[in-house]
Design a protein around this ligand. Structure first.
Ligand code: SAM
Length: 238
């Protein structure tokens, strides 16, 4: 485990095709985001397909959100900007087994982008310690970042409205994309809850369906044909 943790901290900074940066794990070759565009991918897969979808569909003003794999904090930063722009409350719980150090994220250029530029100090705060509980934007965005392995994580039942499932791919971490893991997450969602993820691999869809989710295949960002939105129940028919 010691070796695994040490190795997991070896990353290189990369530039993706939309100009936003990302990180590559030197041991596995896995990148934190799509090389076709980190920001473009996060914006579509997690914000548009998950957060914006839920806000429109459910008209809710308070969202309990769980992220699996906090990583660089890009999804959290984009969610914070949505909370601020739409004036909604987001309680953002994120788990991360190998938190990045501040010097590993300082060259990421997310806060140079127009939309995220106002949130430079918030982004710095996100990475100020391995674990964190802090409110931002006059309390509209509450972040609880926990250093915990997904396999050991015991989420509260029927608590979350939305899950961002952003683990490394099933090619390198198949143990995270299983029926058992998705069942645990299924039970942590409220009845109208939604899980979004970037992977539409057959084994991922099967594991999601076997754990009770209704799986929707959506058009992916550049370089990816499909991505997934999984619903706990078909509330649109309710
Ligand atoms: C695809 S990257 C995350 C991307 C991240 N959401 C972002 O925007 O930068 C996957 C993340 O999952 C973390 N991770 C790997 N194994 C994990 C585990 N067993 N439990 C929780 N997090 C894990 C990695 O350290 C990495 O930060």
């Amino acid at each position: 485990m010691k070796n695994k943790q040490k190795a997991a901290l070896e990353y290189e900074l990369i530039s993706t095709e939309d100009g936003s940066s990302s990180l590559r794990d030197l041991q596995t070759g896995e990148t934190f985001h799509s090389t076709h565009g980190a920001l473009t991918e996060s914006q579509l897969v997690f914000i548009q397909n998950g957060l914006e979808y839920l806000i429109e569909k459910e008209s809710i003003r308070t969202i309990n959100l769980l992220e699996i794999g906090f990583g660089s904090g890009l999804n959290a930063l984009l969610s914070l900007s949505v909370a601020k722009i739409r004036s909604i409350q987001i309680n953002y719980t994120a788990i991360e087994a190998f938190p990045l150090r501040s010097e590993q994220v300082e060259k990421l250029n997310f806060v140079d982008q127009h939309l995220l530029e106002p949130f430079k100090s918030e982004f710095r705060d996100f990475h100020s310690s391995e674990e964190l509980e802090k409110s931002f934007c006059e309390g509209l965005f509450h972040l609880k970042k926990m250093k915990v392995d997904l396999l050991a994580f015991e989420p509260a039942k029927s608590h979350f409205n939305l899950i961002f499932f952003d683990a490394f791919s099933a090619n390198v971490q198949p143990e995270l994309w299983t029926k058992e893991v998705f069942q645990k997450l299924f039970h942590s969602l409220k009845s109208s809850g939604v899980l979004v993820t970037y992977s539409a691999k057959g084994i991922v869809k099967t594991a999601l369906r076997d754990s009770g989710f209704i799986v929707e295949r959506l058009t992916g960002p550049p370089g990816k044909r499909h991505v997934i939105r999984a619903l706990k129940s078909n509330f649109s028919e309710a």
